[in-house]
Design a binder for this molecule. Structure first.
Ligand code: PGA
Length: 252
């Protein structure tokens, strides 16, 4: 049975004290998870990983980073390696977010390398994919997502792939307040699951967690998560408010 996950992507928000307050408020409002098969992941900026990791010890949530270097170690000023994240006991790491693809020119190949670094260090990648508005308007969204997934993930063995979480995030929905309809989300998630089935077989496809991201909030989460192929969400803006984030977790 696949895990249902709500992950909060804080992006480049909060200072240390604000971050502490937010995690504390989330932890207080949700002393335990309603269902043990659900997982909550908080992905703060790098400087707050240690604090969030410490707070997660006594709480119900897991912690993840927002990015990782595609290199193992060495002269890469400003980069953070998967081994560093592992040494801080990180459980997850977002890779291939559309903001990194757009502002840092991340290619499918670079993202494939990041995925490999994470898997070599036992960290579960939350792999983001999704089409831009003109691509959806041209009706090419399924091909775009297939290319992203096949070029970055389909070089993995079935055992390696079993550790991947996929987040479908249509770029036109991120931070815009324009959410995909539940039908659009279900249609793409079903497409993604059938690609995985074709490559790795039914069981792997059935066990893969596929999250929706893009203006998912306390109001629309329940309707989105009710779809059979939507296994939770990757939440940006709404993960910065404890009440909203907890409502989204409770919508699983
Ligand atoms: P949003 O961001 O919820 O603010 O749209 C989601 C994401 O980029 O992961």
């Amino acid at each position: 049975m696949r895990k249902k996950i709500v992950a909060g992507n804080w992006k480049m928000n909060k200072t240390f004290d604000d971050a502490y307050e937010l995690v504390e408020a989330i932890a207080e409002k949700m002393e335990t998870l309603a269902k043990p098969e659900h997982e909550v992941v908080i992905c703060p900026p790098f400087p707050f990983l240690e604090m969030c990791g410490d707070m997660s010890q006594e709480s119900f949530f897991a912690v993840g980073a927002q990015d990782v270097s595609e290199h193992e170690s060495g002269a890469y000023t400003g980069e953070v390696s998967a081994a560093m994240l592992k040494s801080m006991e990180m459980d997850y790491c977002i890779v291939g977010h559309s903001e990194r693809r757009a502002y840092h020119n991340e290619s499918n190949e670079a993202i494939a390398n990041k995925v490999k670094q994470l898997l070599a260090n036992d960290i579960r990648p939350i792999f983001c994919c999704g089409e831009k508005l003109p691509e959806r308007e041209a009706g090419t969204q399924f091909d775009v997502v297939e290319k992203q997934i096949s070029e970055s993930l389909f070089g993995l063995s079935a055992d390696e792939f079993a550790n991947i979480v996929i987040a479908y995030e249509p770029v036109w929905a991120i931070g815009t307040g324009k959410t995909a309809t539940p039908e659009q989300a279900q249609e793409m998630h079903h497409h993604i699951r059938s690609l995985i089935e074709k490559k790795y077989g039914h069981d792997t496809a059935d066990n893969t967690t596929i999250l929706y991201g893009g203006s998912c909030n306390a109001k629309n989460a329940k309707e989105l998560f009710a779809n059979p192929d939507v296994d939770g969400g990757l939440i940006g803006g709404a993960s910065l408010k404890a009440d909203d984030f907890v409502t989204i977790i409770e919508s699983l």
